[in-house]
Write a protein that binds this ligand. Structure first.
Ligand SMILES: [Zn+2]
Ligand SMILES: [Zn+2]
Length: 261
């Protein structure tokens, strides 16, 4: 049976935030799981943070914007962020999720059919004729660089520090510009329902991540989902999360450590 949905003209939409920053997203895909893909233009190299589902060519889409070596970074291995990594030559990810990317591990990427998280109704239009969610696969990609806590990515004009902030997944990384106090946060924090019960998530670790992040000077957050926000909203989101998770009965309150006090 023919799928009645139209095939889209362009799978990606690009928004120019500034001369050196673009937000790209998959505007025909379900808003709730639609990732922000960030292209940062530097002086000596460009960075691409996340690559989306991998159902259309992001490399082609951004080709006219790229005039320097490009490093594609997976904020973490989930399919809405790392699905398109295989298209790029220079690929970076945290070591704890590198093997999952190398293997194209659909379980770690959360797109194995049994999860039921890649659904036909999430596609308003199709990325190409004949696209079917039943054939969706998470593409394996060979990381060429591992990014760890404290690594510096020097773009000439500016530099980013890699922060390892697990909790949502073991290998979540954020990129932090200490000078401008901008944080590219992936799924570590965004202005929406935070997911800490996924396979690979860990609530006590998430709490520790936020306790660390609360002390970091941040002016602007460019998150993995939804809109950007400033320091007040960031602090509010983290405070709300910590308050909810520290309620009596929550794991952090009933851990052996807490009971021994
Ligand atoms: Zn995620
Ligand atoms: Zn996500």
């Amino acid at each position: 049976m023919q799928n009645p949905k139209p095939v889209c003209d362009s799978w990606f939409a690009t928004q120019k935030i500034s001369e050196s920053l673009y937000r790209i997203h998959e505007h025909h895909y379900w808003e709730w799981n639609r990732a922000n893909l960030w292209l940062i233009k530097g002086e000596t190299q460009d960075l691409l943070i996340d690559t989306g589902l991998g159902v259309a060519s992001l490399r082609q889409h951004i080709a006219t914007l790229i005039d320097k070596p490009l490093l594609a970074i997976a904020s973490h291995v989930h399919f809405d962020h790392a699905g398109g990594m295989h298209e790029f030559d220079n690929i970076a990810i945290h070591p704890s999720e590198a093997e999952a990317l190398r293997q194209g591990d659909a379980n770690a990427a959360l797109c194995a059919p049994e999860y039921g998280w890649v659904l036909d109704e999430h596609f308003a239009e199709l990325p190409y004729p004949g696209f079917a969610v039943t054939q969706y696969t998470f593409n394996a990609a060979q990381p060429t660089q591992l990014l760890q806590e404290g690594d510096i990515l020097d773009l000439g004009s500016r530099a980013f520090e890699v922060l390892h902030l697990p909790g949502h997944s073991p290998g979540c990384i954020a990129l932090y510009d200490r000078h401008s106090q901008e944080l590219f946060s992936g799924d570590i924090v965004y202005d929406g329902e935070l997911l800490d019960l996924l396979p690979g998530s860990d609530i006590p670790t998430y709490i520790a991540t936020y306790e660390r992040l609360q002390k970091l000077p941040v002016e602007t957050v460019y998150p993995g989902h939804y809109h950007s926000f400033g320091k007040d909203r960031l602090q509010q989101l983290m405070a709300d999360y910590l308050e909810a998770k520290r309620q009596p009965g929550c794991p952090s309150e009933t851990s052996p450590l807490a009971e021994s006090k």
